[in-house]
Design a binder for this molecule. Structure first.
Ligand SMILES: Nc1nc2c(ncn2[C@@H]2O[C@H](COP(=O)(O)OP(=O)(O)OP(=O)(O)O)[C@@H](O)[C@H]2O)c(=O)[nH]1
Ligand SMILES: [K+]
Ligand SMILES: [Mg+2]
Length: 371
């Protein structure tokens, strides 16, 4: 008999997990199983020369804009129709499945910020394990700042679950923040766990079991959240990406108002019709919120009004005065004496003098004063 494949081993462990009750006696073993599962899944996703659908030629496109949005969904849900409608870039749409065969980029300007839209081929169940072009498609999604999961309103929930599982299996975490956990390896002393909030979903035994699977016998573990075992494994594995997502429920022209009411209960969802161009404004507003971008307007020294037509667009986790300077030119921050800022990031309505580390807010106005 040959060696069990990774897929077979994964199946076995998943079955065992489903049949093992969670209690004090099994807790260490469960932790081990979850860690083993994560390692096997990683093995499965690491490209080898012997398959996996190739390196993804043609899927990488030149990146432009301040952020990117990738379209993921089953075939023929209307991804290309939406992309063409939003950007004016023609991505062929048709009634047959797998019309789109590679990444098609386009640009959409929202609130003055150029956003790159990436239309992608449809994916199917098993995509992450190499079915179709699934892995290349999901690999592109991993690099996006926002994912539109485009669903057909006639069968949104089943499809949503499949797509989410495919993305999860590829290390993408949707609409989640990274668990606030640090693990510091050390030479001796065993495993020391400290936590700032009560842990209700994971036990010390499970933590130790997971770490031992990763050959960590000595480490300081500091937990500032209430993670599940899977979230803890995510931290140990590393290589996870945390990306916001919107469930775009397309083709509402094909359903009744009563059915539409039910759809609004799906979290993070926006129902639309590309065909009738319905509710696209809500989609764009939700998109803008999820991208968490910060527009900063420049007011030249002595000028009466800032230039509101061309904001410098920054990401919310990288929007200090220094980031603003660097976005204009790499040498500016070195010459800066101070910056004058007007807007919600400062207390005074008449403006305030700030330094490089000051964090800017959306729609702030900045004047740079050089040495
Ligand atoms: N009724 C209705 N049909 C739509 C809507 N949007 C798109 N379609 C139709 O759905 C079919 C598939 O559209 P595409 O844009 O090619 O879908 P896709 O998701 O890009 O498909 P693949 O590239 O094959 O994965 C086409 O016949 C479209 O005309 C909509 O809002 N309502
Ligand atoms: K299609
Ligand atoms: Mg398409």
């Amino acid at each position: 008999m040959g060696k069990e494949t990774a897929v077979e081993q994964i199946k076995k462990i998943e079955e065992e997990l489903a049949h093992t009750q969670k209690n004090k006696a099994t807790s260490y073993h469960l932790g081990q199983l979850k860690a083993k599962l994560a390692k096997l899944k990683r093995e499965l996703l690491t490209p080898t020369s012997s398959g996996g659908g190739g390196p993804g030629i043609g899927f990488d496109v030149a990146r432009s804009g301040v952020a990117s949005v990738g379209f993921i969904g089953f075939p023929s849900v209307g991804k290309s129709s939406l992309m063409s409608g939003l950007t004016g870039t023609e991505s062929v749409a048709a009634a047959y499945e797998f019309t789109t065969l590679t990444t098609v980029p386009g640009t959409l300007t929202v609130h003055g910020a150029p956003i790159q839209i990436l239309d992608l081929p449809g994916i199917i169940e098993g995509a992450k394990d190499g079915k179709g072009r699934g892995r290349q498609v999901i690999a592109v999604a991993r690099t996006c700042n926002l994912i539109f999961i485009v669903l057909d309103v006639l069968k949104p929930l089943a499809d949503k679950a499949v797509i989410e599982a495919e993305l999860e299996g590829f290390g993408i975490r949707l609409n989640k923040t990274p668990p606030n956990i640090t693990i510091k390896k050390k030479e001796k002393g065993g495993i020391a766990i400290t936590n700032t909030v009560p842990l209700t979903k994971i036990t010390a035994d499970e933590i130790k079991a997971v770490l031992s699977e990763y050959r960590m016998a000595n480490a300081d573990v500091h937990i500032r959240c209430d993670p599940t075992v899977d979230e803890f494994v995510d931290v140990v594995e590393g290589n996870r990406v945390y990306i916001p997502a919107i469930m775009v429920l397309n083709k509402i022209d094909a359903i009744s108002i009563e059915e539409l009411d039910l759809l609004y209960r799906i979290p993070n969802s926006v129902p639309i019709s590309v065909k009738e161009w319905l509710n696209i404004d809500e989609l764009l507003e939700t998109m803008w919120e999820k991208l968490s971008l910060v527009r900063v307007y420049t007011k030249p020294r002595g000028a009466k009004a800032p230039d509101y037509t061309a904001p410098v667009v920054l990401k919310k986790d990288k929007c200090t005065v220094e980031d603003f300077c660097n976005a204009i030119h790499k040498d500016i921050s070195k010459q800066l004496k101070h910056a004058m800022v007007w807007g919600t990031s400062v207390k005074h309505s008449r403006g305030q003098k700030v330094g490089l580390s000051h964090v800017l807010a959306d729609e702030d106005v900045v004047t740079l004063v050089k040495n």
